[in-house]
Write a protein that binds this ligand. Sequence first.
Ligand SMILES: C[S@@+](CC[C@H](N)C(=O)[O-])C[C@H]1O[C@@H](n2cnc3c(N)ncnc32)[C@H](O)[C@@H]1O
Length: 429
Amino acid sequence: MPGGCVDSPVVTNEPPTPPALDDAPGVADPQDDADLPGGPARRRGPLRAGERVQITDTKGRLYTVVLTHDGFFQSQRGSFRHSELIGRPDGSVVTTATGHQVLALRPLLSDYVLSMPRGAAVVYPKDAGQIVQMGDIFPGARVVEAGVGSGGLSMSLLSAVGERGHLLSVERREDFADIAVGNVESWFGGPHPAWEVRAGDLADVLPGAVEPGSVDRIVLDMLAPWDNLAVAADALAPGGVLIAYVATTTQLSRFVEDARTSEQFTEPRAWESMVRTWHLEGLSVRPDHRMIGHTGFLVTTRRLAPGTTPPQRTRRPAKGAYAPDGEWAPEDVGERSISDKKVRRVRRDIHRRSVMEETGMASQPGPATTTEPAGPATTTEPAGPVTTTEPAGPATTTEQVGPGGTAAPVGPARSAATLATPEEPDDRA
Ligand SMILES: C[S@@+](CC[C@H](N)C(=O)[O-])C[C@H]1O[C@@H](n2cnc3c(N)ncnc32)[C@H](O)[C@@H]1O
């Protein structure tokens, strides 16, 4: 494999070679664009032998093939010779030997990433786009990523930094790094001049690979990104962006808490993105039934100037958000305790309701009958199964805290309880 990944030092960075393409008519002069890896010379003009195309059949099935002069495409929808496509424009339709039409297009980067051979799972294109945008990966930037996995993200990062930037990609597994180099070089048509791949653990490789404070952006896509906070802090320039891509909330939490504890980064920001594709057919215009439900969470933070401590947060963490004894309480997961008074009130409501259900009477003996307005209570109390309007179990003793740390109503159950007991002020904050 060209530029295969070995133990440090550097394994790529051979001089760029012009793409090996046929000189079919209409092709841009490769010399003009030879310094633009994966650029116009590989993306424009008629389809050429040696390049990858994606074939879509009438059932929407996708096939990725490399066109060759002597190649032959075969599928359930029939066959055709590659030579029928070579020299024709991108987006051509071919009729197979069995009379079926198929469409041939050069794959976009997002198509390629999802169809290329993979060792490790790739960063999904929707997330790669977010990383480039929210991580502010700019032309000429000095970027570090780890791990490299299959090289899925590397291609987006290289496209963003361009040939005058620098991407150092560190991968713990040499076999994965080899797969990544193969995938990336296949996409760009050879070694990318801005790419350096090193095998090893980021914590070992990074300090010797870059000058302290010289890296603009670091992207961590690995199981335990918090293990690399210290080396990332040393490598990043002040104001530099650290972005982590994690699959689970537990990883997200650990990363964020450790970043805060280090006092070398700004307050982290985390999010996820969901992409819902649409079915578009005449009057039937609606979301598709299926979607990718979960890929990963993204979290960004920025390197503070050395010696600076993070500004005091004006919004304090919710009371009890950090359990001092290590025991988890409802508050630790964002729930807020409700006073004993409220619990007594809820129990009283339940008792009163059960009496009403049993007796069929709204008025009951005792003080409650004097304050409870007869009539309306029975009309405002939702009829039907109580379990659908009253939160069951712990919800009666705790409240969920919404974004921003304020108590958020939990659906209709909250208003039903309030309506049923107008005589008592709500003791929620
Ligand atoms: C999910 S994969 C990365 C996928 C990659 N970003 C892509 O889009 O193809 C995670 C990779 O991180 C590597 N890894 C985990 N911890 C590492 C570390 N401390 N240093 C370097 N690589 C690491 C793993 O070997 C694995 O290949």
